[in-house]
Design a protein around this ligand. Structure first.
Ligand code: HOZ
Length: 419
């Protein structure tokens, strides 16, 4: 197994050391093969709003299991989950389930190109939309973490069809449309960036993208794989009131099982096979166990859940900022938070785009990560990721994390206790 892992970020490659292997998760905690317990803010990189091994989700999968694991035929569960998705995301008039966020964005881009007859894709530096070829250009997440300039294996001819703008910079988008009139099929964006670390959309940014797409005859694709059901039940579209033409979902949608989805305007989705000629297929799409987990997850997402997530995340951010002031490094660490996702950047800030994020002191981050782990707190082993708060994180967990963070800050900046 390359790197001994099934996905690169979890290899600890960017922070050094060897990853622990998880034996089990329960609530806010993961326990490794050696019995060490960690308060977990990776939360599988986003799906686990209720923490690990959440009862209603386990029960739903247990009920589905005796009926089999996969059929290759339509089921009631897919329809029931689709009804929940289109209710939460009114812009998703039709939806197609796939098995990952990557598959969702890859399919949505093919649809956008097919529907517009245009070839160019506009994305933003630092945004990550999965590992489909067209998106591995100045991408965030593991591509940024591992410092991979692009990715060998992506033909230059294909990479050349991807244009990259600057997040929160509408002028950079306008310039690309001026340079490539009537050739850009789609603007793809994380409406809240979380794969360069968390970066909120500046006021007017999303509205500006919507207006540009309308004016230029391009489609607006919101990659809500992380933000969907996370920042609000209806994702960033609900939070910011900007409607996308196409939306990609994943992570929370499957409750921890492999599910992705893409959807949008009926006239667009009508072009997807078998209704239309844009081909996309998947043997395990609509998997009955994953549908059961997803339905249990979405049915559990009540307004009270978001209030609880916000309360815990606010307290975590407040405590971490207070710790930085106590240590005397408040001008060297800045926290970006949107709802229950947050990232401490080891830089003065503000962090409004990928260039800002890249000013983070990665050596300080590395030291902070390992000191935090030694203190019993597990966060993503990479600066360009997010911390995910769940309803399972208790005030006691938050307080323990803040305390570990204070110690880790001293380690990060070589300060002794009280120094
Ligand atoms: N896309 C995930 C992070 N944003 C990948 C995590 C991993 O490589 O383990």
């Amino acid at each position: 197994m390359p790197g001994g892992v099934s996905s690169p970020v979890r290899s600890f490659a960017s922070v050094g050391g060897t990853p622990f292997f998880v034996k089990k998760g329960r609530g806010a905690t993961v326990i490794d093969a050696d019995g060490n317990r960690y308060v977990d803010f990776v939360m599988s990189y986003g799906p686990l709003v209720f923490g690990h091994a959440h009862g209603p989700i386990l029960s739903a999968v247990r009920r589905a299991l005796p009926r089999g694991t996969s059929y290759g035929a339509p089921t009631r569960g897919e329809v029931e989950l689709a009804e929940r998705v289109t209710k939460a995301f009114p812009s998703m008039e039709k939806v197609r389930f796939v098995s990952s966020g990557t598959e969702a964005t890859m399919s949505a881009v093919r649809l956008a190109r097919g529907a517009t007859g245009r070839d160019l894709v506009l994305k933003f530096a630092g945004c990550y939309h999965g590992h489909a070829d067209s998106f591995l250009v100045l991408a965030g997440s593991g591509v940024a973490t591992l410092g991979i300039p692009g990715s060998p294996g992506v033909p230059a001819s294909l990479a050349g069809l991807t244009l990259t703008a600057r997040y929160n910079d509408l002028a950079s988008v306008e310039a690309l449309f001026a340079a490539h009139p009537k050739r850009i099929a789609v603007i793809a964006v994380e409406p809240v960036a979380a794969n360069m670390g968390v970066v909120a959309p500046a006021p007017g940014f999303l509205e500006g993208l919507r207006a540009i797409a309308n004016r230029e005859g391009a489609l607006l694709l919101f990659d809500e794989v992380i933000t969907g059901f996370r920042v609000a039940k209806g994702g960033a579209q609900e939070l910011y009131g900007v409607r996308a033409d196409l939306t990609c979902l994943g992570k929370i949608l499957g409750g921890g099982l492999p599910v992705g989805a893409y959807g949008g305007r009926s006239d667009l989705m009508a072009r997807i096979a078998p209704d239309g000629p844009v081909y996309q297929a998947g043997t395990l799409s609509g998997n009955p166990l994953a549908m059961a987990a997803g339905k249990a997850m979405l049915d559990s997402l009540t307004p009270a859940v978001y209030a609880k997530l916000e309360k815990a995340a606010v307290e975590l951010e407040r405590g971490m900022n207070a710790a930085a002031r106590k240590v005397g490094v408040e001008d060297r660490v800045v926290i970006n938070r949107v709802g229950s996702i947050l990232t401490p950047f080891f830089t003065a800030g503000p962090v409004l785009n990928f260039d800002d994020a890249k000013t983070s002191d990665l050596e300080a981050f590395r030291k902070w990560f390992h000191a935090l782990l030694a203190g019993g707190v597990f966060v993503a082993p990479a600066q360009f990721e997010a911390m995910f708060v769940s309803t399972a994180h208790t005030p006691r967990d938050i307080a323990a994390t803040v305390k570990a963070h204070e110690t880790a800050l001293r380690a990060a900046f070589g300060l002794t206790a009280g120094g």
